[in-house]
Design a protein around this ligand. Structure first.
Ligand code: ASP
Length: 323
């Protein structure tokens, strides 16, 4: 099996000044993960490595660079899933660690549970020897600025949904500016697939809000029989349609990754007014990056070719040897 890695850097709005950095970051993450696959490493190790690279990159809403909640705190969600066994591990609303994806893997491998949250997740991190980091080190000037700008009453998307306000075009536009996540899917030379996703969530979310990311079938899904998917977008909408499991269901019914991704994203858009994006690989190694948002930085490596894009319909290719 030819190994494949696909990564995304989130479907949120990216200003012109951050465009180049966010495109470079996904390429670096994909190439680092591809090196693992090339050396016979597992899909699980590859997706973890790709996500760690993006959590460490302040350009993205995950790890360092996460958006802040309504109280100005960093609360992060992450998930990893192994398509061989359907094992998965996740953390939600976790604080004070650099790499929630590594903690998710520890939840998967060292506990009987699928998800640990908040203080319990932090206690588990401590017990596993995961270093604590100062919350301030996870914040950036950009995340602080956006938090202040979005403190205006009524700008909290989760609240708007909770109180059942009518969903308008401006609601969709508001959410566009508040999203962002990182994710990776891979298939290794053994034919095993894996998926990993990590996020700071939605900008100015309520404290304690848990999004789609740590929920199996929503924030990730991987099953060797069909493939793997990782999403980005309005978490509440993703949860309502269980986006990743829906994509795998469509592939199980015979759809290509592209058709499955488009069908599921269109359903999410029309049924619950949710926009977002997904990366998908199937069990034959066919892959796709699709989105209903305006932009989504993504990169993929297969057969020593790096593919990448940002705007809809855009795709560039470079031989890995030339990079
Ligand atoms: N899905 C993430 C969340 O709602 C945000 C994103 O992907 O942009 O937490």
């Amino acid at each position: 099996m030819l190994p494949v890695i696909v990564v995304h850097g989130g479907a949120g709005l990216v200003g012109a000044e951050r465009l180049e950095g966010s495109c470079r970051g996904v390429q670096e993450a994909a190439l680092a993960a591809y090196r693992i696959l090339q050396q016979g490493g597992s899909a699980l190790d590859a997706v973890e490595e790709a996500v760690v690279k993006m959590e460490d990159n302040p350009m993205y809403n995950a790890g360092c660079g996460s958006v802040l909640n309504e109280l100005g705190e960093v609360e992060m969600d992450a998930i990893i899933m192994d398509g061989k066994t359907l094992a998965s591990g996740a953390v939600s609303a976790v604080r004070g660690i650099a790499n929630p994806i590594k903690l998710s893997r520890l939840v998967m491998e060292k506990t009987q549970h699928l998800c640990l949250t908040a203080e319990g997740a932090s206690r588990f991190a401590k017990a596993m020897g995961v270093p604590e980091v100062e919350e301030e080190s996870l914040k950036t000037d950009y995340s602080r600025k956006r938090w202040v700008e979005n403190l205006a009453p009524g700008s909290n998307p989760v609240e708007s949904q909770m109180y059942g306000k009518s969903v308008s075009v401006s609601f969709l536009n508001q959410n566009r500016g508040k999203m962002g996540t990182v994710g990776a899917v891979a298939i290794d030379s053994q034919g095993n697939v894996a998926s990993a996703t990590s996020t700071g969530g939605m900008l100015n979310k309520m404290a304690g809000r848990v999004g789609d990311t740590p929920c199996v079938g929503c924030g990730a899904y991987a099953d060797n029989l069909f493939g793997a998917a990782s999403p980005t977008g309005h978490g509440e909408a993703i949860m309502k349609v269980t986006l990743c499991r829906l994509i795998l269901f469509h592939m199980e019914q015979g759809m290509s990754p592209e058709k499955a991704a488009d069908t599921a994203l269109e359903y999410m858009k029309t049924r619950v007014q949710g926009i977002g994006g997904v990366i998908v690989v199937n069990s034959s190694g066919d892959w796709v990056a699709r989105f209903t948002s305006e932009k989504m930085p993504w990169a993929a490596v297969k057969n020593d070719q790096l593919h990448y894009g940002f705007y809809k319909g855009e795709s560039f290719t470079l031989p890995v040897s030339s990079i």
